[in-house]
Design a protein around this ligand. Structure first.
Ligand code: NAD
Length: 347
């Protein structure tokens, strides 16, 4: 597809290409939508096979950010930057500073943050050239690690779905199977354990699973088995694609609600979950806590406000699940429709 065809496909928007050979910089900033406010989204710094791959990544990811920000009721649109990691040696700080100058020239239409291949130190370098960067360390007035907020939001989403499906006001005694106990998964286990849930955990790293099992009295199973553990809630918190042609028919739960991005390998897998009577929490709705936390930096960071906003993920999931059950529509389609309503109302 040409750039304009791709932009039409993803419903754009604005796309900026940045090149400065003096510092080996080649980058793309995709601004998907600004109807709700400045576009917010991370800056990826990874090798790409070619320019098309970089462009597709930027367009796809920025659109995803619009959806996530809209459902989280944030005053932001979706954006994403991708820097094509240069081959050979280069001066990384100089490249990042030049890139940040370009962000600054956009005058706040795009606000950047960490993503794959960038970290806190990079954000702090970029911050020397522009104020339109968030995700700084607490020592620099930033919001710090987003994963406890993401986990808090996932716990709230699970509570909403448990109320809808199991008619229970509490997680006490419920069985949750958590796939992946990294940053978010471990914090989610802490939240669920504190709420009285019984846990089964797995991770491709046995040491991490064993650590979570010991800290939260959880049962530990091999990574290949977690999705078929009989439980009330299955929480994918590892990589994308956990809900696929192989795993969906084997699930033995009533609810799927976890933090991982891009959980559905395909749209058909969302339809298959719905046909099996399993209520799926759309990933970009339930995992917005980290984004909510980092977005709070734009207005001056306040952890209490970030927490308060994250708690509202409960209301969003209640609405998605309720509409899905009433209309007989799969939740991932309901969530997409809600985004379109929110964006249209802002026009
Ligand atoms: P992480 O890398 O800290 O943790 C992921 C864990 O999953 C690792 O421990 C890894 O060993 C494990 N894992 C990988 N493949 C697995 C498999 N097949 N089975 C079991 N375990 C497996 O990452 P994270 O920050 O905790 O993020 C987890 C997911 O949530 C990712 O999909 C991420 O995109 C998404 N997410 C994270 C945040 C956040 O605040 N960090 C926000 C929104 C979404």
């Amino acid at each position: 597809m040409s750039v304009f065809e791709s932009m039409a496909h993803y419903g754009y928007g604005e796309v900026h290409c940045v090149r400065d050979e003096r510092v080996a910089l080649r980058a793309i900033i995709a601004i998907h939508d600004t109807r709700l406010g400045p576009a917010l989204g991370g800056c990826r710094f990874v090798p790409y096979a070619n320019e098309d791959a970089a462009m597709t990544d930027a367009l796809r990811l920025a659109r995803g950010m619009s959806f996530k920000a809209a459902l989280a009721r944030l005053p932001h649109g979706g954006g994403k930057a991708v820097i094509m990691a240069p081959e050979g040696s280069y001066d990384r700080p100089a490249l990042l500073r030049r890139f940040a100058k370009f962000i600054d020239e956009l005058g706040g239409r795009y606000v950047s943050a960490e993503d794959a291949g960038t970290g806190l130190a990079d954000m702090e370098i970029m911050r020397t050239e522009t104020k339109h960067v968030v995700g700084l360390s607490p020592e620099h007035g930033g919001s710090g690690d987003p994963s406890p907020f993401t986990a808090l939001g996932v716990r709230r989403g699970i509570e909403a779905y448990v109320e809808l499906v199991l008619k229970r006001q509490s997680l006490a005694g419920l069985h949750v199977a958590v796939q992946g106990v990294g940053h978010v998964g471990y914090n989610l286990c802490r939240e669920l354990h504190a709420a009285g849930a019984r846990l089964t955990v797995s991770d491709v790293r046995d040491d991490l699973a064993a650590q979570a099992a010991s800290a939260f009295g959880a049962n530990q199973v091999p990574a290949a088995e977690i999705h078929r553990v009989p439980c009330d809630v299955y929480a994918p918190c590892a990589l994308g694609g956990a809900l696929n042609d192989r795993s969906v028919p084997q699930l033995q739960c009533k609810i799927v609600a976890g933090a991982a991005n891009n959980q559905l390998a395909s749209d058909d897998n969302g339809t298959a979950l719905h046909a099996r009577g399993i209520l799926y929490a759309p990933d970009y709705a339930i995992n917005a806590g980290g984004l909510i936390n980092v977005a709070q930096e734009v207005a001056g960071y306040d952890a209490d406000k970030a927490r308060e906003r994250t708690l509202h993920i409960y209301d969003t999931l209640l609405e998605i699940g309720d509409r899905s059950l009433r209309l007989g529509e799969p939740p991932h389609r309901v969530a997409d429709a809600m985004v379109q309503e929110i964006l249209a109302a802002a026009t």
